[in-house]
Design a protein around this ligand. Structure first.
Ligand code: FAD
Length: 505
């Protein structure tokens, strides 16, 4: 093994910190005098109930390739395990088995990692940490990809916040944060068997990802480029443009942040730097969104049942409608007859991304007009978003459905016509994603039925007025505590168990 002979070896277990700069686990290994061996273990079975979806797997594949190339450039490389045989036995304890093999092959006695906060991962990491420690393996976990750890921001009574504004005020009172760490200039080499990234089977089996390549560059370099592009072209108009799907007014950093190709601290520091007060004032609305990201993680960490169950318990009694598979499919594939909803759902299918405003509209349509349980939408997003993130997705869906923290009140039901007219006033976003409507002008772009419809484009699948009234009646029923709908509880709810330990390892 061609590794710095005088140094002990340390395994750096990379998960969603797929970068070299500001990588706390890698730096901790170097600082402690170890020769780091970067390891990625593919263990989807350990992510149940939210095993990574198809779009997200596509991103991961390319991100791992980019990381391996960067590590090689510095003289090291990425050791990949968990593909091949392990993929076939994917519900076994892959990480424990593969780590044991690596410890034996390398003689390493220390494992370093950055924390993650999703409930299943917190539980898995805690069990592994205990088992390794009992065998005398040194385990060092460092803060994950947040501005502050979820347990650092609590209210005056020591409880986690359920409302964003005081949470954010508390965060702001603790600024500035420490400067991000630099990337190492070089790393020791080693010769160790690695599986190929292709063997992990992350790419889709149908050519559904064609549109992804033009849109995204997964990896640390792509993340930095997206940040710099945003600073050059987006930050100055972010406050006014962030709600406009017809403009490229947001940073599109979400998948890069999810996979840790860039750290929240790096973005925060670059935008909110004390040395650049002008930039900082301009960046305030953007930094607030990073605050929402931390807030979502904090919510899921402290209320781990909320990836399945409502944060507000009275919503367990909400009379969701029975799903009609045809209507659900119409929503999923952008054939509802409401142009802004269909544009968003088609953007999602084609690129693995949907603008935030349209995510809210599509989610409102599903949970309020169709009155389907938010989990039907959350699961679809989970499979099709390249930035699928359990904390943000859960928070986004629960917020829209009304059952989450600081949620949109149930009676606020977005109207896709007026929202389309307001946020896509010339209809450019709709024209891009719903080409059947490209020739329509003026108000007809958001209401094609006004001009007698368009051949090939569906008529509206529901009546906005009637479904709105039904939704409000359902809401009143829940508040009144009377349950007339005999539908069985949503199956996942009955199976869900909470009681995960709180504390990330
Ligand atoms: P920007 O506007 O540039 O924001 C910068 C960063 O702040 C984002 O990259 C993201 O990390 C964070 N952020 C922005 N808005 C939010 C928000 N509302 N809540 C939490 N963090 C936010 N975001 C995901 O990353 N993954 C998801 O799976 C996800 N699912 C969502 C589902 C629904 C129903 C809704 C309404 C929102 C969801 N969001 C999700 C939040 C938001 O839509 C995306 O983060 C945003 O559209 C990403 O684009 P951007 O990077 O250009 O955002």
């Amino acid at each position: 093994m061609n590794i710095a002979a005088d140094k002990p070896r340390g395994l750096v277990w990379l998960r969603r910190d797929l970068r070299l700069a500001d990588n706390g686990a890698l730096q901790a290994a170097l600082d402690a005098g170890f020769a780091p061996i970067p390891v990625y273990i593919h263990a989807p079975g350990e992510e149940v109930r939210w095993v990574r979806g198809a779009a997200s797997n596509w991103w991961l594949h390319h991100s791992l390739l980019a990381l391996d190339a960067e590590l090689r450039r510095l003289g090291s490389g990425l050791v990949v395990r968990g593909g091949g045989e392990s993929v076939r036995t994917r519900y076994g304890p892959t990480t424990a088995i593969e780590m044991d093999r690596l410890l034996a092959e390398t003689g390493a006695r220390a494992i370093f990692w950055s924390r993650l906060y999703d409930p299943a991962i917190v539980q898995r990491d805690g069990m592994l940490k205990q088992a390794w420690r009992e065998r005398g393996i040194e385990t060092i976990s460092v803060p994950g990809n947040l501005i502050f750890e979820p347990w650092e921001i609590k209210n005056g009574s020591g409880e986690p916040y359920r409302v964003f504004t005081p949470y954010w005020r508390n965060v702001q009172s603790r600024l500035p944060i420490a400067a991000p760490l630099s990337a190492p200039m070089q790393l020791p080499g080693f010769e160790l068997a690695s599986e190929s990234i292709e063997a992990l089977g992350l790419l889709p089996t149908i050519p559904w990802d064609r549109g992804f390549h033009a849109e995204w560059e997964p990896g640390e370099a792509g993340a930095m480029e997206a940040l710099e592009d945003f600073l050059a072209d987006g930050i100055a108009t972010y406050a006014s443009d962030r709600d406009r799907p017809d403009r490229r007014g947001t940073s599109r950093l979400s998948a890069h942040l999810h996979f840790g190709e860039i750290s929240a601290r790096q973005v925060f520091q670059r935008l909110g730097s004390e040395q650049a007060p002008g930039l900082r004032a301009l960046a305030e609305p953007y930094l607030r969104q990073l605050g929402w990201r931390d807030f979502s993680v904090s919510l899921l960490f402290h209320f781990p049942h909320t990836s399945e169950l409502p944060l507000q318990p009275q919503y367990q009694e909400f009379p969701w409608a029975q799903v009609d598979p045809d209507l659900l499919a119409a929503w999923q594939r952008g054939r509802t007859g409401f142009p802004i909803i269909d544009a968003g759902m088609r953007e999602l299918w084609a690129t693995g991304y949907m603008h935030n405003r349209v995510r809210m509209l599509a989610a409102s349509f599903l949970t309020k007009n169709l009155r389907y349980h938010w989990l039907h939408g959350a699961r679809w997003f989970w499979d099709t978003l390249v930035d699928a993130d359990l904390a943000n997705n859960t928070q986004g869906w629960q917020w829209t459905a009304g059952s989450g923290a600081d949620a949109a009140p149930y009676f606020r039901i977005f109207n896709p016509i007026t929202q389309g007219e307001r946020f896509d006033p010339a209809g450019d976003y709709v024209r891009r994603w719903v080409p059947e409507l490209a020739r329509l002008a003026g108000k007809a772009i958001h209401q094609p039925w006004q001009v007698g419809g368009v051949a090939g484009y569906p008529k509206p699948i529901l009546d906005l007025g009637e479904t709105r009234a039904d939704a409000l009646a359902a809401y009143a029923q829940m508040r009144g505590g009377t349950r007339t709908d005999e539908k069985k509880p949503y199956p996942q709810i009955t199976q869900m168990k909470s009681g995960l330990k709180t504390g990330a390892d």
